[in-house]
Design a protein around this ligand. Structure first.
Ligand code: NAD
Ligand code: UDP
Ligand code: UDP
Length: 311
């Protein structure tokens, strides 16, 4: 029997690739998305596949389907998108988690939550370990995302304690790659699009803040490995590439790889922008036997090739 797998947010950047990988493995995939940031174009190549089904649906509303596994990815991930309608962002994380956990409870499905490094806020512990409780502003402009995701984690662990659900929580660090939306607003897509068009590269603040960038395919490997762990593995587990760069270094690498004549300019740093971020991935190594394989230049070359086709 094929596994029936629900991917919420399946028409987004990560979700569309997850759907593709699950189909390649032989699973039946139900992709659910409200197309807020995702597009039908992302899953165009899968439409017509005999084991693929696409459904327009908002996870804030109940969903009654029969499934064996749920990957819960529905939620805008780019700050400009999740801040566009912050109330909806919190609802998506919280009501979405309640509905998907209710669905998992009724169908006895395993359920994986795409959580985030943002649960650590502006971290005072570096690199971040799963035992760190974080430093999150509860009332700032990023809170709808950070606190929504934190509450979703709470719900996952309460359904596990109270209803013995089989849960899997991954804390995903910045991930990039081909098929990010060109206007996604996150740093990699912005810098690559600006460089390819010889426009100014916009560094927010002085560019000394750091991020650690993981290539899409490595991240999808980790998600599938996590879902396939034994029931006692709940997470949370950090997944990301621990190679840390300042945003200025990232801008310089993008200019080098594109051969662009873009200038770097500095614009205002958004409120509450975390100053540093780097995952401690020892748990992912020991519990998933996973480590990222693709380093920044190799991943960026593939991403640049993709964005060239979008010009
Ligand atoms: P994305 O914005 O491309 O994908 C999110 C998808 O969710 C989109 O297709 C969007 O239309 C859909 N969606 C949003 N609200 C919905 C709703 N109410 N009902 C149904 N669908 C809805 O972002 P992504 O980078 O692919 O991120 C996927 C998941 O991974 C998100 O939950 C995000 O928080 C998490 N994550 C991503 C990163 C990253 O760096 N890419 C890092 C940490 C966590
Ligand atoms: N739910 C859903 N699909 C299902 C089962 C439940 O969307 O197949 C939703 C339902 O709207 C419910 C929520 O999940 O409000 C939580 O379900 P649970 O069984 O935990 O709680 P209850 O139904 O008691 O509120
Ligand atoms: N950033 C930037 N220029 C841009 C977009 C983002 O300097 O055009 C910075 C942003 O201020 C942050 C980092 O790059 O420090 C990563 O931003 P992104 O929105 O990709 O994700 P975040 O990790 O902040 O959620």
């Amino acid at each position: 029997m094929n596994r029936r797998i629900l991917v919420t947010g399946g028409a987004g950047f990560l979700g569309s690739h997850l759907c593709e990988r699950l189909l390649q493995r032989g699973d039946e995939v139900l992709c659910v998305d409200n197309y807020f940031t995702g597009t039908r174009r992302n899953v165009e190549r899968l439409i017509g596949h005999p084991r693929f089904e696409l459904m327009r649906h908002d996870v804030c509303f109940p969903l009654y389907v029969e499934v064996d596994e749920i990957y819960n990815l529905a939620c805008p991930a780019s700050p400009i998108h999740y801040q566009h309608d912050p109330v909806q962002t919190t609802k998506t994380s919280v009501h979405g988690a309640i509905n998907m956990l209710g669905l998992a409870k009724r169908t006895n499905a395993k359920i994986l939550q795409a959580s985030t490094s943002e649960v650590y806020g502006d971290p005072e512990v570096h690199p971040q370990t799963e035992g760190y409780w974080g430093n999150v502003n509860p009332i700032g402009i990023r809170s709808c995302y950070d606190e929504g995701k934190r509450c979703a984690e709470t719900l996952f662990f309460d359904y596990w304690r109270q209803h013995q659900l089989r849960i899997k929580v991954l804390r995903i660090f910045n991930t990039y790659g081909p098929s990010m939306h060109p206007n996604d607003g996150r740093v990699v897509s912005n810098f690559v699009m600006q460089a390819l068009q010889n426009q100014d590269i916009t560094i927010y603040g002085n560019g000394s803040q750091t991020r650690s960038f993981c290539y899409r395919d490595d991240l999808i490997d980790a998600m599938i490995l996590m879902m396939d762990t034994s029931d006692d593995v709940t997470g949370p587990i950090n997944v990301g590439n621990p190679n840390e760069f300042t945003i200025r270094e990232l801008a310089e690498i993008v200019i080098e790889l594109t051969g662009s004549s873009s200038k770097i300019i500095n614009v205002a740093l958004p409120q509450d922008d975390p100053t540093q971020r780097k995952p401690d991935i020892s748990k992912a190594t020991s519990e998933l036997s996973w480590a990222p394989k693709v380093q920044i230049k190799e991943g960026l070359v593939k991403t640049i090739e993709y964005f060239q086709t979008m010009l």
